[in-house]
Design a protein around this ligand. Structure first.
Ligand code: SAM
Length: 199
């Protein structure tokens, strides 16, 4: 674990230009709550956490890389945005039940924490989860992401994790090309799903 995070630290030290937010987060922003308490799980440099803070969310951003978290905090200050950062190894115990209006996960897969993530949603709260899938043959471009299948989703896997939620959007192996208006192959899966609100 320590070595893995040291590799992330080295990667983040080498990043010169601050990354831009995930296009799909912006594209599907209207499926998310208008505001509230949001968590970016394994945020890295936190371009998406910054986007959510700019959108009016009260954002917590968690990652084990101290380099990423330090850079994110500085970047937030430079942009006059407020967010709460936490450098920690994310385990199920890190999550409190019914706390967040939005939990956002991008390019990170730890199956052990998924039940705790879902429990941490408030009733009506939304999960946005997007990461790499195991089937990389569908993509014509160079495949990105982890080489180990253990860190990539099986077909329909995200959907199966969301059985207790109301699924608003599920894309498995496709992305929408905004320019052409057509679906294109992509070795990622995306789910946006809400926790039912009994009220
Ligand atoms: C592929 S990056 C994704 C970062 C960001 N979500 C994005 O899409 O740009 C994976 C991140 O997970 C973090 N990470 C890996 N294992 C972790 C753990 N057990 N606890 C907390 N963060 C972890 C790494 O430090 C790294 O920033």
């Amino acid at each position: 674990m320590k070595e893995k995070i040291q590799r992330w630290d080295t990667t983040y030290e080498a990043v010169l230009d601050y990354p831009v937010p995930n296009n799909d987060l912006i594209r599907y922003r209207d499926l998310l709550p208008k505001h509230g308490l949001a968590l970016d799980v394994a945020c890295g440099l936190g371009a998406d956490a910054l986007y959510l803070a700019d959108q009016g969310f009260d954002v917590s951003a968690w990652d084990a890389s101290i380099v990423a978290i330090t850079r994110l905090q500085k970047e937030a200050e430079a942009r006059a945005l407020s967010l709460t950062t936490n450098c920690l190894e994310i385990t199920p115990e890190a999550f409190t039940k019914a706390r967040f209006d939005l939990v956002y996960v991008h390019r990170y897969l730890d199956r052990d924490i998924i039940p705790a993530i879902i429990q941490s949603l408030k009733p009506g709260g939304v999960l946005f989860y997007q990461t790499f899938i195991q089937n990389t043959t569908i993509e014509n471009q160079t495949t990105t992401g982890p080489t180990s299948k253990a860190y990539r989703l099986a077909p329909n896997e995200l959907l199966s994790h969301c059985q207790a939620l109301d699924v608003k959007l599920f894309l498995d192996g496709f992305t929408l090309n905004i320019k052409t208006g057509r679906l294109e192959p992509r070795a990622q899966s995306l789910v946006v799903a809400a926790k039912p609100d009994p009220l």
